[in-house]
Ligand binder design. Sequence first.
Ligand SMILES: Nc1ncnc2c1ncn2[C@@H]1O[C@H](COP(=O)(O)OP(=O)(O)O)[C@@H](O)[C@H]1O
Ligand SMILES: CC(=O)N[C@@H](CCC(=O)OP(=O)(O)O)C(=O)O
Length: 305
Amino acid sequence: MNGDNGNVGMELTALDKAGILVEALPYIKKFYGKIVVIKYGGHAMVDRRLKQAVIQDVVLMKYVGMHPVLVHGGGPDITDMLRKLGKESDFVNGLRVTDRETMEIVEMVLVGKINKEIVALINKTGGHAIGLCGKDADLFEAAKKMPEVRKADGSWEPVDIGFVGEVARVNPEIIKNVIKEGYIPVIAPTAVGPDGESYNINADYVAGKLAAALQADKLVLLTDVEGIMRRPGDRESRMSVIRMEEVGPLRESGVISGGMLPKVEACLDALRAGVNRTHILNGRQPHAVLLEIFTDEGIGTMVLP
Ligand SMILES: Nc1ncnc2c1ncn2[C@@H]1O[C@H](COP(=O)(O)OP(=O)(O)O)[C@@H](O)[C@H]1O
Ligand SMILES: CC(=O)N[C@@H](CCC(=O)OP(=O)(O)O)C(=O)O
């Protein structure tokens, strides 16, 4: 095997390779024809090689009969572009404070740049991708979201952070049609609200709601950490499994915070709608999706009902 996954010098025989393929057979059977929603976070889009590895996983899934649906983020690219224009970014509970000018940049970066890059990469890798955002064919509609923050007296208060939305309604038929035609849908997290304004939606929420509306079998969120840590920053404290009812106390105690909040909320949305399994994985680990889907490797955090 080459250095692609760090196992330099570990030579595999032809029999080993055949063994790996055979090991994948039960998983291919299990997920054949099933929808798997994958959220590809901006913090996992580190370099070309890693991006290529994620795209290869998605294309491979399609070729063995699964239906991957890719929802992407791009927070770091938005922050970079805003900085170039002299604007600093603020976040509340992991959500970007979005004024009208910021919203324009968000749309340019997510829909104009990142979405098309991913679509082109999938097509170049042998898949057929189609790029959409909430506005396309009215795929999903936004409703203004006001995150709740804790006041000094311990009570919670909603705060207005501008054109930030959540997913109010999904029209899953479009995705189903696109899948039926053999395409891989690639979805950017922006949409229009009932007031006709554009809204910036955290990509985790979009992935959770789409997984729910599509009755996906699995939701996989790719980020820049190994999963949920009991002590953030300490990889050894990864929680391999957490149950829905544990999320509230972990949030209250501040263990789950910032960018991890929308992820667990997405998992809960999907689980409540009947999605079987939800996972938070380190997308910086090459082929994390393949490892999760085709092997028994216990990577990341699985959030269970
Ligand atoms: N308990 C926790 N375990 C792991 N990460 C956490 C936890 N609480 C907060 N985080 C933060 O969440 C971040 C992941 O969210 P985010 O930066 O929004 O990534 P992405 O761009 O992939 O959506 C981690 O890098 C970490 O800083
Ligand atoms: C409201 C809100 O926070 N929207 C996100 C949308 C992009 C995103 O979700 O990107 P990641 O998945 O890379 O974090 C943002 O503006 O950064």
